[in-house]
Design a protein around this ligand. Structure first.
Ligand code: PEP
Ligand code: MG
Length: 319
């Protein structure tokens, strides 16, 4: 029985009408990678590398980082890993990165903004990622990008980090889409990215001006708000047939969000390791044609509650 379950876990998730949707895992440690493989993850869609940098007095060396990235890649047993460069800021300070106090850390110097101010740190991390990418299928992903200029600068640092050997073969370079203006300007990013991954946690907080983690505005901060869905739709339309679009925020494991995301054209969901089997099971129940119709209607609705009702009605009809 367990062997059967494991075998099913490892199968790719295909909808009823035969469309494959990759289900990858979000990781924050080597232990997470082992859990992800056991759960049947098709890859690591988001490795939050912060775990290597927090709670220490100096940044990890290139060697130390590369050893950890290798360990994650090895635990994922040949599946692609997507390493996100350091995403810290005023809300997650590092003792060795002096940062001014900010009144609004979520609107301040975080993610790539901070990394471009500390290029040595970014270059070292990119050098470590390049090392791992020479031996394992690896993607590099840049967080909190607002402008194509930031992506161009990040790529320059990456070229420096890669050195005379050049970019490793098979290294994919992508950006997270977490800032509403970046979603709207997606077309301008396409020359500089091999893929994008939509971070619905931050995209939602910025689109609705409702801080994530603030209980008082939690009801507002809902990724199923049609305003957020319109941003995702805009990204998917521009990307179609050109680059892959993944979603790696919490919405990717929300059973009422999955049909809408698939309907908008998302073909990779990256979720916490324990959620992988449940998300695969949800995809196997879907018909993507119906999801497309559903998503088109969802885009026209007034609020997240209306979208949830619409999705529930479809799922109940199918039971
Ligand atoms: C997101 O913003 O949706 C995301 C996946 O990144 P994080 O949760 O690490 O900010
Ligand atoms: Mg984020």
């Amino acid at each position: 029985r367990r062997a059967q379950q494991l075998a099913l876990a490892e199968q790719p998730a295909r909808s009823r009408d035969g469309i494959s949707v990759a289900v990858a895992a979000n990781l924050g440690s080597v232990a997470d990678a082992r859990a992800a493989l056991d759960a049947g993850a098709d890859g690591a869609g988001l490795v939050r590398t912060e775990f290597l940098f927090l709670d220490r007095s100096a940044a990890p060396s290139v060697e130390e980082q590369s050893a950890e990235y290798d360990a994650i890649a090895e635990a994922m047993d040949g599946r692609r890993i997507t390493l996100r460069t350091l995403d810290v800021g005023g809300d997650k300070p590092l003792s060795y990165l002096p940062m001014p106090q900010e009144a609004n850390p979520f609107l301040g110097q975080r993610g790539i903004r901070l990394s471009l101010e500390h290029r040595d740190l970014l270059r070292d991390q990119m050098a470590a990622i390049c090392r791992t990418a020479r031996d394992h299928p690896t993607s590099i992903m840049i967080p909190m990008v607002s402008t194509p200029g930031e992506m161009i600068e990040a790529r320059q640092v990456l070229m420096e980090a890669a050195g005379s050997a050049g970019l490793p073969q098979g290294l994919h370079v992508g950006t997270m889409i977490e800032v509403p203006s970046a979603a709207l300007k997606i077309e301008a990013f396409l020359p500089y990215v091999d893929f994008v991954s939509i971070g619905t946690n931050d995209l939602t907080q910025y689109a609705l001006a409702a801080e994530r983690g603030n209980a008082a505005v939690a009801a507002l901060s809902d990724a199923l708000d049609p305003g957020v869905l319109q941003l995702i739709d805009h990204v998917c339309r521009a990307a179609r047939g050109r680059i892959d679009v993944a979603v790696c925020g919490e919405a990717a494991s929300d059973e009422l969000a999955i049909p809408v995301l698939v309907g908008l054209g998302v073909r990779e969901l990256s979720v916490s390791p324990p959620a992988v089997p449940r998300v695969k099971a949800a995809i196997r129940e879907l018909d993507t044609g119906r999801c497309t119709t559903l998503a088109e209607e969802a885009l026209t609705l007034a609020g997240a509650d209306d979208v949830r009702k619409l999705v529930l009605a479809m799922l109940e009809e199918d039971e």
